[in-house]
Design a protein around this ligand. Structure first.
Ligand code: B12
Ligand code: SF4
Length: 457
């Protein structure tokens, strides 16, 4: 069989781990394999095209890729898999792929990725375990991989000869009983190690910290996602420091824009830098987000999120808040979140505009509601009438309207079709999603959709 492996042209600095494992598996079966990035025109006439996917909000590149290779090789079967395909399979089907594969390919999991396909890459990436013992509501891992694999697998054979660094994408390696076997194997291999997704601070003891000291881990990554983790995070940093890790080399992912308030986030950042470690803010991204950085949690405003982003750029370093004395003073002496994160003279207002985005269809909705939700990122729970924000006319549930979001993704109002300022753009959005021939309820104009929502957040 001839197989073309494709990584869509979204931004990533990593090679496509899943595809490299699939390549190794297929080569082992005697198949011919070729790997390309983006839209290419290779010589190979493939029987199958495997397209991978990553962040849900990078879906457009994935759809373009599927459409391109379907047109280029009409005879080939196009299969789409990966993270976006697993988290949003219904939406992924709109790409036109012949098959949408969800989850892992168990058979491929044991293979060392075929690094010969990415000769410029010089580190070995691996998962020593899958799933997680926890079920944090903001995290996709329980949905992607389910419960913990129970045991870590051996990593010795996953390290490419000649590679000096191992990057572990494990979700929670300390949550499996044989985690120290992984440490021993990494130590034997003599590689430097990046537990890239963070170690679970709640599980770190003095003994574990000492064991971790046996390998070259730099930096150490932890997470401080909710205020109640404060004692555990403080104690983990203390244990790691006692074991010989520099506090400055402990980077702590700090979730915000989820169920926290800005004040709680400010408190966690202040804790971390006061303890001498680095806070790396992580803006919460919904698991079915189709546009990055659109979501604004009910406890935050777009302006407050912009303040964090600006502070990361201006007074942070590489997007993080290191324990610089001036920063510690600013955070500890501030009287409020606004005071802590304000930057003189740099405030920027969030624009309001029409921002139709596409979200995953909620199962069991009527076709019209599903389409509305697909096209306008609308919460599926709303059903009563609305007023047009422009002309004020009252629109009943059976009438037509467009949702208006600000650029932070909040629903701010609705418009009747007559008042829509950019019909051309909306038409394009509609067609690019559902195809040229699409009509709703048999109507020719894609400019009309039923009003299904009224709540303005
Ligand atoms: C590594 C990683 C990162 C890396 C970058 C990864 C990369 N490739 O570029 C870094 C650290 C930079 C990162 C950052 C972020 N990340 Co991240 N990250 C991950 C992680 C751990 C792995 C992603 C990955 O690349 N996997 C490689 C996959 C595709 O390979 P694989 O699993 O071995 O592949 C198997 C299957 O997927 C399948 N398969 C794959 N492709 C194909 C194709 C076909 C045809 C078939 C049949 C099968 C198949 O078969 C393979 C073998 O079994 C996941 C969590 C996880 N456990 O998956 C989160 C995850 C993807 N990240 C997530 C998030 C939220 C983020 C951030 C937004 C966090 C933040 N707030 O800042 C940032 C965004 C950065 C950005 N640039 O936009 C979310 C995604 C949510 C979403 N809506 O998409 C995830 C799911 C984590 C989570 N806890 O929820 N991340
Ligand atoms: S501990 Fe980490 S990997 Fe596990 S569910 Fe929570 S955030 Fe996800």
């Amino acid at each position: 069989m001839k197989i073309l492996l494709v990584q869509p042209a979204y931004y990533t600095r990593y090679p496509p781990l899943g595809l490299l494992k699939l390549a190794a598996m297929h080569k082992n079966k005697g198949d011919e394999v070729l790997f390309v990035r983006g839209l290419e025109h290779p010589e190979l006439r493939p029987d199958v095209v495997y397209v991978t996917s990553l962040f849900t909000y990078a879906w457009k590149h994935v759809h373009n890729t599927v459409a391109y290779y379907r047109a280029l090789y009409p005879e080939a079967k196009v299969v789409l898999g990966g993270i976006y395909a697993t988290l949003m399979p219904e939406h992924a089907r709109l790409s036109g792929a012949h098959e949408v594969h969800t989850g892992l390919v168990t058979e491929a999991e044991g293979y060392r990725p075929d690094y010969s396909l990415v000769p410029e890459w010089d580190s070995s990436i691996m998962f020593s375990m899958r799933g997680c013992i926890r079920k944090c509501a903001f995290c996709a891992v329980p949905r992607l991989e389910g419960k913990t694999s129970g045991k870590a697998q051996t990593v010795r054979d996953l390290i490419e000869p000649g590679h000096k660094k191992a990057i572990l994408w494990d979700n929670n390696v300390l949550g499996v009983p044989n985690w120290s076997d992984v440490v021993d194997e990494l130590k034997d291999a003599g590689v430097s190690v990046d537990f890239n997704q963070g170690l679970d601070a709640r599980l770190i003891t003095d003994d574990i910290a000492r064991k971790l000291r046996e390998i070259r881990v730099n930096p150490i990554r932890l997470a401080y996602d909710i205020p109640s983790e404060k004692p555990a995070v403080e104690s983990a940093i203390e244990s790691l420091h006692s074991a010989g890790f520099s506090r400055r080399r402990i980077i702590v992912y700090t979730l915000y824009n989820f169920t926290d308030t800005p004040e709680q986030f400010w408190g966690r950042v202040t804790d971390l830098i006061s303890w001498g470690s680095v806070s790396y803010p992580m803006r919460y991204e919904p698991l079915n987000s189709l546009t990055k950085n659109r979501y604004v949690s009910p406890h935050w405003t777009a302006e407050q999120l912009e303040m964090v982003a600006a502070a990361r750029r201006v007074i942070g370093a590489g997007g993080a808040f290191p324990p610089y004395q001036a920063l510690i003073d600013k955070m500890t002496q501030a009287s409020s979140f606004e005071d802590a994160f304000s930057l003189r003279g740099t405030s920027r207002r969030t624009k309001i505009g029409i921002a139709g985005t596409i979200e995953e269809p909620t199962p069991n909705l009527s076709p019209e509601r599903t389409l509305f939700r697909d096209l306008f990122n609308d919460p599926a729970t709303l059903q009563s009438g609305v007023h047009c924000a422009e002309c004020g006319s009252c629109l009943a549930v059976s009438d037509r309207a467009f949702a208006i979001q600000d650029y932070a993704g909040r629903y701010v109002a609705y418009l009747c079709p007559d008042c829509h300022p950019n019909k051309k753009w909306i038409n394009g959005l509609w067609r690019s999603t559902l195809g040229d021939g699409f009509t709703l309820n048999g109507e020719a104009s894609p400019l009309t959709i039923p009003v299904l929502a009224s709540t303005v957040h």
